[in-house]
Design a binder for this molecule. Sequence first.
Ligand code: ANZ
Ligand code: ZN
Length: 856
Amino acid sequence: MALDDRYNPKENEQKWQTVWHDQQSFKADDHPTKPKYYVLEMFPYPSGRIHMGHARNYTIGDVIARFKKAEGFHVLHPMGWDAFGLPAENAAIQNKRPPAEWTHENIAIMKQQLQAMGLSYDWSREICSCDANYYAHEQKIFLDFYTHNFVYRKESFVNWDPVEHTVLANEQVIDGKGWRSGAPIEKRKLQQWYLKITDFAEDLLKGLDTLTQWPEKVITMQRNWIGKSYGATVEFVIEGRSDALKIFTTRPETLFGASFCALSPNHPLAEELSKTNQALADFIIDCNRAGTSLEAIEKMEKRGLDTGLKVVHPFDPTWTLPLYVANFVLMEYGTGAVFACPAHDARDFEFAKKYNLPIKAILHPKDADETFAVQDQAYEGDGILFHSDFMNGISNADALPLAIQKLEDLKKGVATLTYRLRDWGVSRQRYWGCPIPIIHCGVCGVVPVPEKDLPVLLPTDVTFDKPGNPLAHHPTWKNVSCPTCGQAAQRETDTLDTFFESSWYFARFCSPQAPTPFVKEVADTWLPVDQYIGGIEHAVLHLLYARFFTRALKACGYLNIEEPFQRLLSQGMVCHMTYRAHNGDWLLPEEVGFDDAGKPYRLSDHSPVRPGRSEKMSKSKKNVVDSQIFIDAFGADTARLFMISDSPPERDFEWTDAGAQGAWKYLNRLWRYGVSILDDLKTKAPMPTTLNDTELSLRKTVHQTLKTATKDLRVFHLNRYVARLRELSNILFDLNLESVQKPVLKEAFESLLQLLNPVAPHITEELWQRLGHSVMLTETAWPVFDEALAHEDSFTLAVQVNGKLRATLEITEDHPQSEIEALALDDPRVKAQLDGKQVKKMILVPKKVLNIVVSG
Ligand code: ANZ
Ligand code: ZN
């Protein structure tokens, strides 16, 4: 066997990674001379190891980055670490290790793993959000936001663990209980810091219209999260009191179906009444124990308590309704109070049934009449109003403006726009985060830390032996003198939500060493990010916060754009089969073998294994393939190729051994083939002017592949792009080498290497060098196709009308379906058949037939 016969990924990949590193192949200058292209993958939390979900994300980005570089763009492709957060703190408690140490150790491991994947990052721009060099600037941004009134303090509820004496994050509350103590969580009120994202609600909504290159699904999720609702604020007079009850409704046209009004348990009136009503006080405490997430509220049993107060109907002064406090009314939405129409709202219906309140139908479906009544459930559809005075006989849509007009005439209400979006609470009562640069002085109140005193460093000499926030019980850190009056004062001990760091890191990457958060001119050059890639789990909060930050930073004079991410790709998840031992334990893929019949068994004791569904790779189900173990065995190119070739990037991807093997075999075949023809390809002869049929056909295939694969890359049809390369490879592998002249073969093989380079950069680079090229493939321009050759020959397409052949068209593959349809409809022979008839649909069998289905 010749020395080169078997491909050695380990040796080869290390070789090229070193070369790229030494030559700074992926370094981006601050002042690009060519058109810029900024590719960014969401930076990871350094949890320990790179898993295949990460690996796929970064590979997708890398294929784009390498392709754009070859296309002649000046590419910025950076990487960093989203390094603050709870897991480091938990690890500190469990393993008695300082969070900084644990985090940096993880970063070192993960960086090495990323480098082993051959990703084209400009590592000179690496940032780590837990380094003072990063968070110092974040503190400056916080202070600028404070000056611009985008930051404020307000009292609000936190999850309080009464056993651990500590505040818990929402994700640490499981079924209403503390994740470690198991104790029922209480709601406690604390002063907390907020960012005024609601100031930008309308702008964030409008901006969505400009994001034409974002997935529709993400746009919808953002729109729903912002949740703009049009309706009315209505005043109900409270009997025996001078103040009125204000409620928000999107359905004022259903007011004649009102049955009761309800307050949130945290409504000021509820709190006031509870002072003299013990049952109400107990009820409110009870409500505050349950979670306040929207999901929790949807699921929980609807409960309420009658306050005994009566409110007067705005359209009828003789009509009074009871006023309840109800657990399903949120203080944070609208006015924190509602009127209920049980016949036409499911939630109100459930409540009315339970408390025996009237359920009066006032809206019937179009095909029903005024005898309509609701039975087992509310009627929430559209229809015609009845029992509704001035709105009788009118559709609900038409009645809405009438109801609002009437309320306004009576001075009982006003048209109102409401957003579901809430201000962003950024206070965390935790250690491992960016300290909030504020000092509390008994005399001056809240005092921002003067800029000259930044950064407020996170102390490293903290202990985790006491419950609660280590910053709060550090002996000295929080004691300072007030910057304004010099009196003894105390630092804010809350740290920032870690979403704060990820809201501006894309800008910091533009000038990662700058003494300011970033340099405006440089940021103006690089931003917005041209292509952002990340998981769908960030479709709402992270992306919304980053969009908000960009606007707020603009308002503070930091940059000139509104939208940070021009184009977004949400990649699917990496999934794998799950396996369980007979005792129910999850098993790692490498603990499972297969017998001849394909039945899985446990390798250690040959006991049978229960295969489960394929699911997202996760540590808890052990269905993970470790990227390092795989790469050590088969190389990064194999992993990259497999992850790109199997399914479109936005879809979930199933990791299978067979698929990975397929990629491995292909690369080996490519290697053997390349090595076997190297000498042939060193020819310097020009392309011959006369070609035989085989040669001409090969050249055509090559140029068509150059054209179509490049097009696929541009629109992220990455699996299709790889499929085209595999097709070209198969033609080459089967080629009778005697039948083609060397320049033709050379063109074909070199084109293949160039096309394959973004996805399998190491193996292609090595073969390229062995072909005698002195310029690396990484520095070589993307190949251009020759239109004359790439042009697909035309073919004859049959056109049928209702299944009968009526005409034929000469078509090339370049024609999109819509054009083919237009051509067919324009054909006189087809027109003659269509006369006076309606086209119902057109069915295209590519390259064969277009069938036009007409009525009559
Ligand atoms: C009366 C009514 C009748 C309502 C009806 C709906 C149907 P969206 O569309 O999501 O904005 N609501 C208002 N404030 C609330 C709060 N703080 N907590 C819980 N629910 C609240 O929802 C608007 C509707 O949600 C409002 O319209 C109100 O109920 C309820 F047949 O008013 B509706
Ligand atoms: Zn002071």
